[in-house]
Write a protein that binds this ligand. Structure first.
Ligand code: HEC
Ligand code: HEC
Ligand code: HEC
Ligand code: HEC
Ligand code: HEC
Length: 251
């Protein structure tokens, strides 16, 4: 019987295998490239040595972010508080709140033996990225834009991608994010409520939007429009011009 398959097809399985192999490598590379930095880190929530709860300390007790992250406004880097910051309330020699709680045992150990608590870092930009906190906070960009609703987190997790795309989207249109400086640390801020409660802010915004054809149709009773009006006004007043050149963030 004649061989229906010519001789060279003996190599076909090998060729197919090579092709599938190449394809698989391609897929893996693509997934790593597209998914790893941008998507997979969202939701990252490492176990911490002490079950410190932002929801309790910020929303219920009313502590300001700067009570603990005390450098965030002044320096490029935010700081994780030292055990002594917690000791003001939790150590038996000072506030003595829950000092005997087993959940606070690692904290007592750190304070008494003068060693740091081994908090696990959640947010980390790659080494080749230059970032600066104070440059953002002093221009009306709130923590919530980059870290999400930390005030509602019982355990901190990576809420936003913080990809290059996220940085650049805002650098192109900062008006979507800018808010009055006194509201930067208020994660419950609501632009429409702010405008209603501050008659002078309301009249300057109304005056501002009436001033150009581009803004005159904005409706302050709609959240997006109210944010746009506020953002455009602050951008102009403060002359906010975030840079987009590569050297801004890669130096
Ligand atoms: C009582 C002290 C305290 C206050 C107040 C506080 N934090 Fe924290 N924060 C911590 C501690 C401790 C950690 C490290 C442990 C953890 O991740 O839960 C932390 C971690 C974080 C992280 C994650 C850092 C990383 O590893 O990437 C962010 C973001 C953050 N805080 C934002 C905020 C914001 C925003 C506010 C104000 C709304 C705030 N914190 C108020 C103590 C505090
Ligand atoms: C301004 C005071 C204050 C500061 C500063 C503070 N806490 Fe607290 N913390 C409290 C109060 C009040 C409670 C609630 C106590 C209760 O449930 O009766 C609490 C509860 C806790 C609990 C839960 C304890 C349990 O057994 O239920 C942990 C864990 C905790 N804090 C960790 C920390 C850490 C870590 C820091 C420093 C980063 C810190 N706290 C800073 C006031 C403070
Ligand atoms: C414009 C985006 C942006 C804003 C706004 C922002 N952060 Fe961050 N935050 C980052 C990035 C990016 C990192 C990682 C920085 C790094 O690895 O060098 C970070 C890291 C941190 C860390 C870990 C320690 C550090 O400095 O690396 C803490 C704590 C923190 N931020 C707290 C805050 C608090 C509190 C606010 C508001 C008061 C805030 N951040 C506002 C982007 C932001
Ligand atoms: C929600 C808006 C927003 C996001 C997100 C954002 N930025 Fe910015 N960025 C700004 C604004 C506003 C300024 C201030 C521009 C000005 O002062 O004119 C700024 C300024 C900067 C500067 C200049 C600081 C200096 O020292 O001159 C750097 C660097 C920077 N951003 C890096 C980043 C990086 C990296 C990311 C992402 C991890 C990021 N930004 C995300 C709004 C944003
Ligand atoms: C506003 C800040 C900002 C600007 C401007 C910026 N980058 Fe980036 N870039 C980042 C951040 C943040 C990352 C890290 C992304 C991550 O970790 O997901 C990054 C990552 C990268 C990477 C690594 C590959 C990747 O996708 O993760 C390359 C390459 C890069 N940038 C090139 C550039 C070039 C070229 C320019 C100018 C056209 C530029 N960047 C402008 C913030 C910026």
């Amino acid at each position: 019987m004649a061989n229906i398959f010519p001789r060279y097809t003996n190599f076909l399985p090998l060729k197919i295998a090579v092709c599938i192999g190449a394809l698989a490598i391609g897929v893996v590379l693509a997934v790593t490239y597209y998914a790893t930095p941008k998507a997979q880190r969202v939701g990252y929530m490492p176990d911490q040595p002490i079950p410190y709860d932002h929801e309790l300390h910020v929303n219920q007790l009313g502590l300001d972010c700067r009570h603990c992250h005390s450098f965030v406004e002044k320096s490029g880097h935010a700081n994780i508080p030292s055990a002594n910051t917690c000791a003001n309330c939790h150590h038996k020699t000072k506030g003595n709140i829950k000092s005997d709680s087993p959940r606070l045992a690692p904290l007592m150990d750190a304070i008494d033996n003068d060693k740091p608590v081994q908090w696990v870092r959640v947010t980390k930009a790659p080494d080749y990225v230059y970032f600066n906190h104070s440059a953002h906070l002093n221009r009306g960009v709130s923590c919530i834009e980059c870290h999400g609703e930390v005030n509602k987190m019982r355990v901190v997790f990576h809420a936003k991608p913080l990809s290059m795309g996220q940085c650049i989207d805002c650098h192109r249109a900062p008006e979507d994010a800018l808010r009055p400086l006194e509201e930067v640390f208020n994660l419950e801020y609501d632009v429409r409520k702010f405008i209603e409660k501050n008659p002078s802010a309301k009249s300057s915004i109304q005056e501002f939007i009436a001033g150009s054809a581009e803004t005159e149709d904005l409706d302050l009773s709609k959240e997006d429009d109210a944010q746009k009006a506020m953002g455009l006004m602050l951008k102009e007043r403060w002359n906010v011009r975030p840079k987009e050149s590569c050297f801004t963030c890669h130096r």
